[in-house]
Write a new protein. Structure first.
Length: 89
């Protein structure tokens, strides 16, 4: 492995195969988590849409604004973690 030497530390210019494997697994896991969050939210919104169409005036929301805010926050955090790992891979 080639290394660049700095005054205080050594900066690796290549990652070992094990490090690359671990990062690839972590990226795959984070992408799976992101898909799960988005799919869950989309499923709830679809179910809410169908219920609204069927029930009309008797409809009560399935998904509240807190859930949507938390879901969006979680999606943003996962996107940020994925972007950070992709940059450092």
């Amino acid at each position: 492995m080639n290394r660049l030497h700095c005054a205080r530390y050594t900066i690796p210019t290549r990652r070992s195969p094990l490090q690359r494997l671990v990062r690839a697994i972590e990226l795959a896991y984070l992408r799976w988590c992101l898909r799960s969050v988005v799919d869950e939210r989309d499923g709830y919104l679809k179910a809410e849409e169908q219920a609204r169409a069927e029930l009309g005036d008797a409809f009560e929301p399935i998904v509240g604004p807190e859930y949507l805010a938390n879901s969006k926050k979680q999606e943003d955090e996962l996107n940020a973690r994925i972007a950070l790992l992709e940059v450092h891979s």
